[in-house]
Design a protein around this ligand. Structure first.
Ligand code: BG6
Length: 376
C-alpha cells in the first residue's frame, strides 16, 4: 500500500499530486519546438482511418464519464468531429448504430469497470475501433483496446477519483489536438499555442492549490447544509457535475450538478437561503464565447441573490464583479476555456474533502462505494 506521505488521507495527498500527475501525463507527449502532439504509437490507429472518422462515442462511468463530457467539447471545438457521451451502464440499451467510421473512446481509471469493459466489447462487435484512456497498465480494458493512452497519475487509492480525473481531461485534450492535427483542422500556430497552454497547466494547478485554506473555511461554514446545487455552462458543466459527485461520494450530502442555462427551467424554484449554489463563473477574456457565457452566469447570480441564495463562486483571477456578487469567491488562474475545467476541479475536490473531514467521515473509504465496480 503506497504511503500517505504525511497527508492525513490519500484523497488530500492525491489532490496535491495533480501538478506532478499532469506534468507526467503531458510532457512526454508534446513537442513545443514543432508544436505537435506525438501519440501515434499509443493510438495505434492509422491517420487514414482517423481522417475517415464520422463521429466519436465516449463511454464511461462515474467521474470518468464527467471527463468524457469535457472531452466532448474538446473534440468538437478542436477537431470538428461530432462526439457523443454515454453512461457505460446504458450503452447496450441505447443500441447506438455504430460501425467502422465511429471511434469508441472508453475512459476508466481502474481499467476494470465491468460496464465499461462490456461497452468496449460491444463496440468491437459492431466494428468500431476503440481507444482506452486508463490509469492502470495491463488492465483488462487496456489490453482489449485497439489503442491505449495511459494517464500517468500514479496509483489512486482514495475511492473518490481526483488526480485521475484531471489527468483524463489532459489526455482527452492531447487526443483532440492530435486528431485535429491529423485531420488538418488546426494550424501549426494554433497547435503551438495550445501546447504552450498545456505546458503551463501543472504550474497553474500548483497555484490553484493555494486555495486549500479558503476551501477549509468554507467547509467549516457549510458542512451542516443538506443540499447543494452546482452550476456551470459549456465545458464547465462537467466540472459542476463532478463537484456535486465528489460531495455526494465523500460527505454523503445531496448535491446536484446542472447546466447553468437549464437551471431556470425548474431548479430555480428550490434556490433559497437553505440551498447553497456553487457557480462556476470563470472567464477566458480572449474568447468571445466565454465572455458571453460569463455575462449570463453573472446575471444568473444577480437573480439568485434576489432569492436570498448563498453563492460560492469560482472566478478568474482579478475578477471584481463576481467577488461583489457572490458570498464567497475562489479565484482560479487565467486559462483557455477548454483547459480551465482542469483548474476549476481543484477547489471543488478540496471543498468536498474538507466537508467530509468536518463531518468526521472515513474520507478514503466512503460507505457503500468501491474503487472499481467489477461486476455488472
Ligand atoms: C466507482 C468509483 O466505483 O467507479 C468512482 O467509486 C469512479 O470514483 C467510477 O469514478 C468509475 O471507475 P473507473 O475506474 O471506471 O474510472
Amino acid at each position: 500500500m503506497p504511503d500517505k506521505n504525511g497527508f492525513p488521507h490519500f484523497m488530500l495527498k492525491e489532490i496535491f499530486e495533480q501538478p506532478k500527475a499532469l506534468k507526467d501525463t503531458i510532457a512526454p507527449r508534446i513537442s513545443l519546438q514543432n508544436g505537435d502532439v506525438r501519440i501515434d504509437s499509443e493510438v495505434r490507429i492509422s491517420a487514414q482511418e482517423l481522417r475517415a472518422l464520422r463521429r466519436i462515442n465516449i463511454v464511461a462511468s462515474g467521474t470518468s464519464r464527467h471527463a468524457g463530457l469535457a472531452g466532448q467539447y474538446m473534440f468538437q471545438d478542436l477537431a470538428h468531429v461530432f462526439a457523443d457521451v454515454d453512461y457505460a451502464s446504458e450503452f447496450e440499451y441505447r443500441n447506438a448504430p455504430i460501425g467502422p467510421e465511429e471511434l469508441t473512446i472508453v475512459i476508466t481509471q481502474s481499467g476494470e469497470t465491468a460496464d465499461t469493459m462490456a461497452a468496449q466489447r460491444l463496440a468491437h462487435k459492431k466494428g468500431s475501433r476503440s481507444i482506452a484512456i486508463t490509469n492502470v497498465v495491463n488492465s483488462t480494458v487496456a489490453n482489449e483496446a485497439d489503442g491505449v493512452l495511459y494517464t500517468h497519475a500514479g496509483p489512486e487509492i482514495s475511492i473518490a477519483s481526483t488526480k485521475a480525473f484531471t489527468a483524463q481531461m489532459a489526455v482527452l485534450f492531447l487526443l483532440a489536438t492530435y486528431l485535429a492535427q491529423v485531420r488538418e483542422q488546426l494550424s501549426r500556430d494554433s497547435s503551438r499555442r495550445w501546447i504552450e497552454e498545456l505546458t503551463a497547466l501543472p504550474e497553474k494547478t500548483e497555484a490553484t492549490l493555494r486555495c486549500a485554506g479558503t476551501c477549509r473555511e468554507l467547509a467549516d461554514r457549510y458542512h451542516r447544509f443538506g443540499d447543494f446545487l452546482f452550476l456551470g455552462r459549456a465545458a464547465h458543466y462537467p466540472v459542476a457535475m463532478d463537484g456535486a459527485l465528489k460531495l455526494k461520494e465523500v460527505s454523503y450530502v445531496h448535491a446536484e450538478g446542472y447546466p447553468a442555462g437549464e437551471a431556470v427551467h425548474g431548479p430555480k424554484a428550490i434556490i433559497d437561503e437553505d440551498l447553497p449554489v456553487v457557480m462556476i463563473a470563470t472567464c477566458d477574456a480572449t474568447d468571445q464565447g466565454s465572455k458571453v457565457r460569463y455575462e449570463k452566469s453573472v446575471s444568473d447570480m444577480r437573480a439568485y441573490k434576489k432569492q436570498n441564495a448563498r453563492i460560492i463562486a469560482l472566478a478568474s483571477e482579478g475578477d471584481k464583479d463576481v467577488a461583489q456578487l457572490a458570498d464567497h469567491t475562489i479565484f482560479i488562474p487565467q486559462a483557455p476555456e477548454l483547459l480551465a475545467p482542469i483548474l476549476e476541479m481543484v477547489p471543488l475536490q478540496l471543498f468536498a474533502y474538507y466537508v467530509a473531514v468536518a463531518k468526521g467521515l472515513d474520507v478514503d473509504r466512503p460507505r457503500n462505494l468501491v474503487k472499481a465496480v467489477t461486476q455488472e
